[in-house]
Design a protein around this ligand. Structure first.
Ligand code: SF4
Length: 360
């Protein structure tokens, strides 16, 4: 099968954070994890050697070390990896113990993404973020000592009650830990989360925080390469970059999405349904519309599209698909010419929804 990447969704969390719209279950008995591991292997298919693997959730590091060992062993036993592969596992700081780090290292994981969201207790409380940060510096040092040098921290901004100064403090505290990659997500209060209806999103400081992010991170050598992602040059997340540029991936586990270059399908966002074999929801699109979708998502990145790469990926010429719309976006100052292609302007990143709706 033509998959370039693999995504595994681990749907377990210790407790549900108030803002979370990802699918996960909190407080389930260990037997569910056993059933999950048994079912997961049924979703594996033969692929070419993979360029990247991303184990996300949920909280993969909530699995007991023996369960994590089994999960990563299943991956190793069923998939081959390309030389220079990237293998990320998402973890919560308080569950990333030395025993789990040993398991990650033994299986060849080379990148860890840690959900911090904020260092400030008041903001963590607003977010309903329950886990503890523990000694994060020590955890990162332990990863480094074991050869996992690629480290990302997730932070959230535009939290009600958060000042620009508090956001700068969070950014600096993250960077002072020596990380090479940072994801800075604006809080979106989504329907169906516990935060919905409790707090309104404050927009007024949004732009100031957006600017502060570039400014503070630049002093540490990290630059924005996608709407919400910053890295030292060369430390960008290859898995996510491939997906923004229309790469193919196999997604396993409840709520996981797969894309084979033509069709996208998503497993049921319910552990019980997924275990019972409820079929995935399929999103079929004609090839031209799929190519437009790939065009639109590529403009999430700072580099945007170079036309030879777009044509190689989709088999379409962007001007034939959306010529007038692209010209209009340039006219509006949302896209600008770069090399043999187009890239989003600063405004085009801030108003990415407008770029998407023009091209989809
Ligand atoms: S934000 Fe992360 S840790 Fe919190 S409930 Fe969602 S998936 Fe779990």
């Amino acid at each position: 099968m033509p998959y370039e990447s693999l995504y595994l969704h681990v749907p377990f969390c210790a407790a549900k954070c108030d803002y979370c719209a990802f699918y996960s279950e909190a407080g389930l008995a260990p037997a569910w994890r056993r059933r999950y591991l048994d079912r997961l292997r049924e979703e594996f298919v033969e692929t070419e050697p993979l360029a990247s693997i991303f184990v996300g959730g949920g909280t993969p590091s909530l699995l007991e070390p023996a369960e994590l060992d089994e999960l990563l062993g299943l991956v190793q036993g069923n998939f081959r990896l390309q030389p220079g592969y990237e293998w990320t596992v998402e973890c919560n700081p308080d569950s990333l113990t030395p025993a789990r780090i040993e398991v990650l290292v033994r299986h060849g994981v080379n990148r860890v993404s840690l959900g911090v969201q904020s260092f400030l207790p008041t903001l963590r409380q607003t977010l309903g973020r329950r886990g503890e940060l523990g000694d994060l510096g020590r955890t990162l040092a332990c990863l480094r000592a074991n050869g996992i040098l690629r480290q990302n921290l997730d932070l959230i901004f535009a939290v009600p009650g958060q000042s620009v100064a508090a956001w700068r403090e969070d950014l600096a505290r993250a960077c002072d830990l020596g990380i090479e990659h940072l994801s800075a997500y604006a809080l979106t209060i989504e329907e169906g989360t516990r935060l919905a209806g409790r707090l309104a999103t404050e927009e007024e400081d949004f732009e100031a925080m957006w600017e502060a992010t570039d400014e503070v991170l630049a002093t540490y050598g990290l630059r924005r390469y996608e709407i919400s992602n910053f890295a030292r040059p060369g430390a960008e997340c290859r898995h996510n970059l491939a997906i923004w540029y229309g790469g193919t991936y196999l997604g396993c586990g409840p709520a996981a999405t797969s894309f084979d270059g033509t069709t996208r399908w998503t497993q049921p966002a319910s552990l019980a349904d997924w275990l019972a074999g409820v079929p995935p929801e399929r999103d079929e699109l004609p090839p031209r519309e799929r190519a437009c979708e790939i065009l639109a998502f590529g403009f999430r990145t700072i580099a945007g599209w170079q036309w030879p790469a777009f044509e190689a990926r989709t088999g379409f010429v962007a001007q034939d698909l959306r010529g007038p719309e692209l010209a209009e976006l340039v006219e509006q100052g949302l896209l600008e010419p770069r090399g043999d292609g187009l890239a989003p302007t600063r405004l085009g990143l801030l108003l990415n929804d407008s770029v998407l709706s023009a091209l989809l």
